[in-house]
Design a protein around this ligand. Sequence first.
Ligand code: NDP
Ligand code: MG
Length: 382
Amino acid sequence: MPSVALLGATGSIGTQTLDVLRAHRDEFTLVALAGGQRLAELAATVNEFSVPAVAVRHEADATTIRGLVPTSTEILVGPAGLEELAGRADICVNAVVGFAGLSATLGALRAGRRLALANKESLVAAAPVVERVRQGQVIYPIDSEHSAIFQCLGESGRDDGYREVSRIILTASGGPFRTWPREDLQRITREQALRHPTWAMGAKITIDSSTLMNKGLEVLEASALFGIELDRVDVVVHPQSIVHSMVEYIDGATLAQLSEPDMRLPIAVSLGAPHRLAGGFGRMDFSKNVELTFEAPRWDDFPALRLAYDAGRRGHGAPTWLSAANEIAVEAFLDDRLAWCDIVPVVAATLDSYDDQELVTEADVWAADAAARDIARRVVAR
Ligand code: NDP
Ligand code: MG
């Protein structure tokens, strides 16, 4: 029975992964967990699944959780704890949010374990380093668009760089402001931005979806995951979030994956591939007048998308800076220190200070992330 380490267990993807594991109790065994602030929830999961090891962020958290779990539970701390647990199971589900997920991504790949990846930020921020550490290993995407592409690509073509794929078409819901007139985008509140039309997700990715930065990060994620150049990655807005993405081949055929918006399906795909787990999530009922529409993104009104392509073309640390500055700007918006319409300008202004440092080692990535955060904080404060 494959063992699973679930890192970021208390979040949106984490708890939906637990749902999938509950539905497949006889097929997987949960051997490691990690979480952030929600220690009571983390401890409850340790107890429910009798998990032998758990990682927390700080020593103080270790003391707190010690009182909530059996004495035999091993407790690890910090990025080193995350990295260690990522390499301990057959499958590492990286459901941590933000750059903090880097230790889990690298830990799983270094240990040669299956990486089931929700944490797109680590891949975007550290693409050249991940590419080297990965040594040809397949990464199993959880992000719904990338899972769709993974399913449409199949196993063939990987070795020749997907020569027969003419392009990948990522679908985007367009977020809550898809149809809003440009003037109204100046006065968006936290509550409006946190109300996603089709998906219930953690706060950071919900805000990223409202600015389309999420799609920008996903363009870079797709390129890194599948080794396909940015010029072969397109975006189309599809408000129903049923076609999760598409692959167009050189003969003109387009393959798509459809399901109701339910993250438990791509999670199950990442755990079970190449097999399909029985039961199922997100099954479609086509007798109910399903409407599927597609439209072009509003590039000028949602500038995050172009900014991400530009950062990707620049390469090296530019995506690291993009992602780090975005984390700082989103955090400031959620804290009411920044207006919604200033999130993407903060990222753009931070990138103006980026001077093309190379990313070779993991230390370079941590340094680039820290430098970008520092500048982004100053941009937010001014
Ligand atoms: P949440 O905010 O809901 O959850 C994030 C998880 O990460 C929580 O368990 C949190 O712990 C944990 N965490 C935060 N910092 C650390 C740390 N330093 N060490 C260990 N754990 C930490 O986010 P989501 O589940 O929405 O997103 C997770 C990732 O998946 C993101 O990268 C997102 O882009 C991606 N994703 C999410 C989708 C979704 O539907 N939610 C869809 C596609 C991709 P705690 O809550 O205890 O503080
Ligand atoms: Mg997605």
